[in-house]
Write a protein that binds this ligand. Structure first.
Ligand code: SDX
Length: 427
């Protein structure tokens, strides 16, 4: 294979080096393009543009492959727990027993937030969307943890990492408790990370907290499946904000806002709302399939399609299987699960979807499990953020350790050419 790529423009030829990744992905390095040829590339949405080299997550959209630091998502979802996967993503290796114990204890040490934060939470109306509250509270953490991370110090970076991993679940749980008019609590540090998250979210002040192990296992698996996904919209946002050397908490707050969008992490809420709408409308999936294909109709089949996966999303396959298991274990009958399966079956046989390679993505079935676990719909994307947190941290850390330059894309200007100023009286 050639080690360079040639661009011919305006009668001249320009050579650019080619980078080949460990999975044989090929990138043309155009760092010198504008300087040598005076031109730039144009790629709205960056469908064909790599923003960085990364060693964290590999995905192959054609083969439906997803690996964190080389480990298959199927193995991690089945055999690891969420904190092990968080450690793997952030530090590059699966932790041994001592490392995991220390990581877990250091996170527990940080699992409280300044009491003053409650005053900020009090300022939000109950009707506020939890993602907006969580993004604000994450940003507010900066005020109580003002020292920015010295990325040259492993110890400083580690302290910031365990701090946010400890505090984020508290903020997420308090966001829900505020909506439910429940006192703000800290759960129980003798519990595991995910079980304590569940306890903080749902325990009632005057009732003994009991939870089915199937619920915690399902939640743990869902968080693993959402933990990272290379340069998706919210991760690219975290990297972009961090590239200006804004702090970790500020970068994460921006990532939460990007994840909120219904085309991204907000899709899991939009899927359930769509399925509920189809159920209310009589359950005619064929009618909604036609709407999804009608260019005049803004309706899209939420939870379908993906920027990278042009075959099945491996996470969707795992979640679909888990949905059957969890609802069976909990004895939950959810008619929208059958509607979802009906939509998937129809889409897989429909030329419009097949031609465009639109398959269920991670958000298509996840909401059905969240609902069976008693999580309110407007908290679904918060659950996505809880899962994605270690991925955002890992990507931010890698970007800073690799001393990536500040992100500053160019543009092609299509506005007015120069024109003289017109005084007010003559306009
Ligand atoms: C996530 O990037 C990541 O990795 C994200 C994520 C992660 O883990 O971080 O995987 C999480 O965000 C998953 C995606 C969740 N979003 C949704 O489910 C929303 C519904 N999906 C679509 O909006 C869409 O599929 C996107 C946004 C996911 C992908 O959009 P693309 O790649 O830009 O595709 P496109 O908009 O260019 O669509 C290509 C064609 C178009 O038709 P034509 O113009 O070719 O005729 O497919 C059509 C689109 O109209 N299309 C759909 C569709 N998705 C694409 N038609 C109906 N329903 C859909 N869902």
């Amino acid at each position: 294979m050639s080690k360079t790529a040639t661009l011919e423009f305006d009668g001249k030829k320009y050579e650019f080096p080619v980078t080949v990744g460990t999975e044989d992905e090929i990138g043309v390095d155009i760092k010198k393009l504008r300087g040598e040829a005076g031109i730039i590339t144009l790629d709205p949405g960056f469908k064909n543009t790599g923003s960085c080299e990364s060693a964290i997550t590999f995905l192959d959209g054609e083969k439906g492959i997803l690996r964190y630091r080389g480990y298959a998502i199927e193995d991690l979802a089945e055999k690891a727990d969420f904190l092990e996967v968080a450690y793997l993503l952030i530090f590059g290796e699966l932790p041994n027993k001592q490392q995991l114990e220390k990581f877990t204890n250091d996170i527990k040490e940080q699992s409280h937030v300044d009491e003053e934060m409650k005053k900020i939470l009090d300022g939000f109306p109950k009707s506020a969307h939890p993602m907006g509250v969580l993004s604000s509270l994450t940003s507010a953490l900066i005020a109580f943890n003002p020292s920015s991370v010295d990325v040259s110090s492993e110890d400083d970076m580690y302290k910031a990492i365990v701090k946010i991993l400890g505090k984020f679940p508290v903020l997420a749980a308090w966001t829900l408790r505020k909506k439910n008019s429940l006192p703000l609590n800290y759960g129980d540090e003798d519990l595991g990370y995910v079980e304590n998250l569940h306890k903080m979210m749902f325990e009632k002040p005057n009732k003994t907290y009991n939870v089915d192990k199937a619920v915690i296992d399902a939640l743990d698996k869902l968080l693993i499946l959402h933990a990272d996904h290379e340069q998706n919209c919210s991760t690219s946002t975290v990297r972009m904000v961090g590239s200006s050397h804004a702090g970790l908490f500020a970068s994460l707050s921006a990532g939460i806002s990007a994840l909120w969008g219904p085309l991204h992490g907000g899709a899991n809420q939009a899927v359930i709302e769509m399925l509920e709408g189809i159920k209310e409308d009589g359950g005619d999936t064929h009618k909604f399939m036609q709407k999804a294909k009608d260019k005049e109709d803004p309706f899209r089949l939420m939870g379908f399609g993906h920027r990278v996966y042009k075959n099945f999303d491996p996470r969707a396959k795992i979640i679909k299987k888990s949905a059957d298991e969890v609802l069976g274990q909990l004895g939950v009958e959810d008619p929208v699960l059958d509607i979802a399966k009906g939509l998937e079956k129809e889409a897989l046989e429909d030329d419009y979807f097949v031609k465009r390679k639109l398959y269920p993505n991670v958000d298509f079935y996840s909401g059905i499990i969240y609902r069976a676990l008693g999580i309110p719909v407007d908290m679904f994307t918060v659950m996505f953020a809880l899962g994605r947190l270690p991925g955002w941290i890992a990507q931010w850390r890698e970007m800073r350790l690799r001393k990536e330059p500040i992100g500053r894309p160019r543009q092609i200007y299509i506005g007015e050419n120069h024109r003289d100023f017109k005084p007010l009286g003559s306009r």
